[in-house]
Design a protein around this ligand. Structure first.
Ligand code: F6P
Length: 324
């Protein structure tokens, strides 16, 4: 292998730059040329690329976002799109690819690797932490800390005004961000897609907390929650049923994807990407690198999403006890 390509795809996540840096530096270390493609698969299709040497990735380890930009390419879902991508890789003499992204990225990589004989290693990068084959995805830890900081600030104003806040967090269909930040920020209730607690239980819990003397409360709601109402409808429902509560809603949104990555995410990205390059040089292909019990592991692409999202229900129990 003389040339390795790298790209970031899907929703960006903090630590993707640390990952790009690690791929480029590991390539430089092993005397392999490194080419970065812009906007994920779209850059491969259009041949939009740059040469990444050890110096071109200086000072990016601490930066959020991705210098290669990211996208969810519709064109790559077509046979013609993938053909164009393969042609560009051939023209640029790219022998193998490192794909940094989430579930959608790996599904694309799996199809591509079946159609064209290009070795691929996937690196899990998403704030959602929903990818099977790894305990942690790059960006998740930073997102948790960003959310915790935001909730702490909202708690200040909630408590000054004796208000109840519904705070919606990201995670797509998985409740990792909600569950862990809910416990970490001391939320009254945590609503996640994996466990439908029901509206009655929510009302009961809020009544109980009022009786116990709490004057303000935080409810963390995962965006994929299945309670049957969106966060605004939920707030209206509680206002209608518990008029004593002064309710507000905050949707944290895309700020959860930004910011300088935590040390954990930088280290994770560095470890996974050095391994990705080494696996390619060892002749390995079509696997995703991940971290399980602090050991680097490799699993096949088709592993998909975490079963039941691997949610730790013990945390719900802990949250129940601690919100007494
Ligand atoms: O997958 C990461 C993620 O941030 C999800 O948590 C969220 O549902 C989605 O991406 C938002 O996507 P977009 O940036 O396209 O709005």
């Amino acid at each position: 292998i003389r040339t390795i390509g790298v790209m970031t795809s899907g929703g960006d996540s903090p630590g993707m730059n640390a990952a790009i840096r690690a791929v480029a530096r590991a390539c430089a270390y092993y005397n392999v040329k490194c080419i970065g493609f812009y906007r994920g698969y779209q850059g491969m299709i259009e041949g939009d690329h740059c040469i990444l040497n050890a110096r071109s990735v200086r000072n990016i380890i601490s930066r959020g976002g991705t210098i290669l930009k990211s996208a969810r390419s519709k064109d790559f879902r077509t046979v013609e799109g993938r053909k164009k991508a393969a042609e560009h890789l051939k023209k640029l003499e790219v022998d193998a690819m490192v794909l940094i992204g989430g579930d959608g990225t790996f599904r694309g990589g799996e199809i591509f690797s079946k159609e064209y004989d290009i070795p691929i290693i996937g690196v899990p990068g998403t704030i959602d932490n929903d990818i099977a084959g790894t305990n942690y995805t790059i960006g998740y830890d930073t997102a948790l800390n960003t959310v915790i900081n935001a909730i702490d600030k909202i708690r200040d104003t909630a408590s000054s005004h004796d208000r109840l806040f519904f705070i919606e967090v990201m995670g797509r269909d998985a409740g990792f961000i909600a569950l862990n930040t809910g416990v970490g920020a001391g939320a009254e209730e945590i609503l996640i897609p994996e466990e439908n607690l029901g509206l009655d239980r929510l009302l009961e819990s809020l009544k109980r907390s009022k009786r116990s003397g709490k004057s303000s409360s935080i409810v963390v709601v995962s965006e994929g929650d299945k309670i049957g109402k969106n966060v605004y409808e939920l707030a209206d429902y509680v206002t209608d049923n518990l008029p004593d509560y002064d309710v507000r809603v905050t949707v944290l949104g895309h700020m959860q994807r930004g910011g300088s990555p935590t040390c954990f995410d930088r280290t994770l990205a560095s470890r996974l990407c050095v391994k990705a390059v080494e696996l390619l040089l060892d002749g390995e292909k079509n696997v995703m690198v991940g971290i399980i019990n602090n050991e680097i592991s490799a699993t096949t692409f088709d592993v998909g999403l975490k079963e039941d999202h691997g949610i730790n229900r013990e945390l719900l129990r802990i949250s129940d006890i601690l919100s007494t």
